[in-house]
Design a protein around this ligand. Structure first.
Ligand SMILES: [Zn+2]
Length: 462
């Protein structure tokens, strides 16, 4: 996830522990991690009480010390006491990326010194960059406490060897290889930009010799490795206990491919760098368990009102409960998810998301103006066999361009099969045009987008 804070010892001696407890980042980590050990087993009522209290504290603070929120409350004739529970949040306006950009100086809490602010920039779903603030040394540490608590569910320990296949570029010119070790040799960070057919055998050999217990990956990067391994009948890595997938939506076809090839659990989570929502799978299910201690999550529909009930789909609107330096209240993530009211057999009383459909910009617009999620599309069907890489691109309603990087065995027959398959999966309302390209670039952060959507999509289109 977001590197920056690293707990280095699992069995530190008491002296070291005492010294560490004086470091703010370690204190923040320890505090949240300790809380989560208990709170994850609280009843729904206990969790609700915790959230209500945390929300009140946050709103009091925002009203008192953050000029933007002071204005928001005053303009509506409200005081923090009027928002007594998370359900009352509807009385406050949404916070969009645009609003954050336009009001950033006023979103900074006045009772923190300048040294407490760490400026963070995110590229945002429409490619518009957005900046906000973390509490320096604290926000990242807290994030690790939540992440570690999630990974505990698949047995992760800080001492475990871990292969990292995320957006990194390792400079081969200086190191001679496409990977480097970090965290005292426990993490093998591998470049995701050089994973070509030619280089992949060396990657696989290195991973095997490294004997990792976990692979920490962007799904799109792990998929490149997995497809190669399957095509060449390469045995899974026997030491790997789980593939930890985050930062990109994990599509069903990716999950089944990774599970098949690596022969282990694929564990994913959903979150954002704005740290407004974090939700992960558990020991027993692939539903996303929302951390109520992290933030308050609402799903809103077309009319911007909360959607409720089983299977309800809406945009994720989330309120961070721990960032006091730059509070983000009712922040519109532009991500679309489906809620479920099911109770998980693991026993946690956390609210669940059945699935995350991805960003609003990850929907295809049909001729009739309907939206189709790219999530259920199965790229593992035979039609994709001779395709090395692909990316969908839409700039006209009802028209979809499929960019394809061919394998040597690709023929005209594959184009026909691909068009037929997509027509079958997307219906008659979308025309598919196949275009051949030499390569498909990743985003600046090394992530991969399966759909570049140039049409503006708003919640009202859902
Ligand atoms: Zn569960």
């Amino acid at each position: 996830m977001k590197a920056g804070f690293i707990a280095t010892r699992s069995r530190a001696n008491p002296l070291t522990m005492k010294a560490l407890s004086l470091v703010p980042s370690y204190r923040a980590y320890r505090e949240i991690y300790t809380l989560l050990q208990r709170s994850q087993w609280w009843s729904k009522e206990e969790l609700a009480a915790y959230q209500t209290q945390a929300l009140s504290r946050l709103l009091e603070h925002a009203y008192e010390h953050v000029p933007y929120y002071r204005r928001v409350f005053r303009e509506r004739g409200l005081v923090p006491a009027d928002i007594a529970t998370p359900a009352d949040l509807v009385h406050l306006p949404f916070l969009t990326k645009e609003i954050v950009q336009a009001n950033l100086p006023d979103l900074k809490a006045r009772n923190y010194p300048e040294s407490a602010f760490e400026y963070v920039r995110t590229s945002g779903s429409t490619g518009t960059p957005m900046g906000f603030y973390y509490e320096k040394g604290v926000s990242r540490a807290r994030e690790w406490a939540f992440m570690k608590t999630q990974w505990d569910r698949v047995g992760y320990r800080f001492t475990d060897r871990c292969v990292v296949l995320r957006g990194h570029v390792v400079d081969a010119a200086s190191s001679g290889t496409y990977w480097k070790k970090a965290l005292f040799g426990r993490w093998l960070i591998m470049s995701s930009h050089q994973m070509t057919e030619e280089a992949l055998p060396a990657y696989i050999d290195r991973i095997r010799r490294f004997k990792p217990r976990f692979i920490h990956a962007y799904p799109s990067t792990a998929v490149i490795l997995a497809r190669y391994m399957r095509e060449h009948d390469i045995e899974p890595f026997p030491t790997v206990k789980a593939v930890l997938c985050g930062s990109e939506n994990l599509y069903p076809w990716q999950r089944s491919l990774l599970t098949e090839v690596f022969g282990c659990r694929v564990f994913s989570w959903y979150g954002n760098s704005e740290q407004t929502v974090l939700a992960g799978e558990c020991e027993e299910s692939t539903h996303y368990h929302i951390f109520p201690e992290y933030g308050i999550v609402e799903l809103i529909g077309k009319d911007c009102r909360p959607v409720r009930g089983p299977g309800a789909m809406g945009e994720v609107v989330a309120t961070n409960l721990t960032n006091y330096v730059c509070p983000l209240i009712r922040y519109r993530t532009m991500d679309v998810a489906v809620a479920t009211e099911k109770q998980c057999s693991c026993g946690r009383g956390y609210p669940l998301l059945e699935k995350v459909e991805g960003r609003l910009q990850e929907f295809i617009v049909t001729r009739g103006g309907h939206l189709i999620s790219v999530t259920p599309i199965n790229y593992e069907s035979g039609a994709f066999e001779n395709i090395r890489q692909f990316q969908m691109y839409q700039e006209e309603i009802g028209e979809l361009i499929m960019k394809v990087v061919r394998k040597p065995a690709y023929t005209e027959k594959d184009t026909r099969q691909l068009t037929r398959e997509l027509r079958w999966q997307l219906g008659d309302e979308v025309n598919v045009h196949v275009r051949f390209v030499d390569e498909i670039p990743r985003t600046e952060g090394g992530k991969f987008r399966y759909l570049i959507q140039k049409l503006p999509i708003t919640l009202g289109d859902l």
